[in-house]
Design a protein around this ligand. Sequence first.
Ligand SMILES: CC(C)(COP(=O)(O)OP(=O)(O)OC[C@H]1O[C@@H](n2cnc3c(N)ncnc32)[C@H](O)[C@@H]1OP(=O)(O)O)[C@@H](O)C(=O)NCCC(=O)NCCS
Length: 140
Amino acid sequence: MNITQVTQKTPEFETFEKQQWSVQDTEHFGHDINWDKAPYLLQAEDKGKIVGILDMNIKGGVAKIEGLLVDQNRHRQGIGKQLVVEAEHIAKEAGAHKMYLITGKTWQASRFYQAMGYEPEGMLKRHHQGEDWIQFSKFF
Ligand SMILES: CC(C)(COP(=O)(O)OP(=O)(O)OC[C@H]1O[C@@H](n2cnc3c(N)ncnc32)[C@H](O)[C@@H]1OP(=O)(O)O)[C@@H](O)C(=O)NCCC(=O)NCCS
């Protein structure tokens, strides 16, 4: 046996992945699971200009905010809140039961997410850039 690095999923790779996960999913959950990642992008615009963006994906019944960013000059005007509320609406409509995200432990964003009803779920020690990060989540 030898191990090689491949740059993309070949049809053979995908067939193996699909068939073998189907067996494991049936053992773990009693049925097949669709693990495809569905991406959603939201942009908040004001007078034709982007003032905030949110990047989310939904996978296996759980939504994840990959990124949320509001124009530095437009903080505390409710833009982040509107983006997250819309993302939650989309996630619920898509059948997700939970939203989660990670954010830097010391970042102001922690207070934003807590104000939005998210609860700390765990600490990711020495994570991106060697810093501690917190996972926040909300159940629908
Ligand atoms: C975090 C972020 C998205 C919040 O967006 P925002 O549009 O400024 O937030 P909102 O105005 O919608 O705030 C909603 C509520 O969250 C809380 N909140 C937001 N920012 C806060 C802060 N810096 N400190 C304390 N509470 C805060 C407040 O309760 C606020 O309501 P209020 O203004 O009526 O008191 C924005 O600060 C940002 O882009 N930060 C830089 C990037 C980042 O850290 N992204 C998150 C990582 S995924």
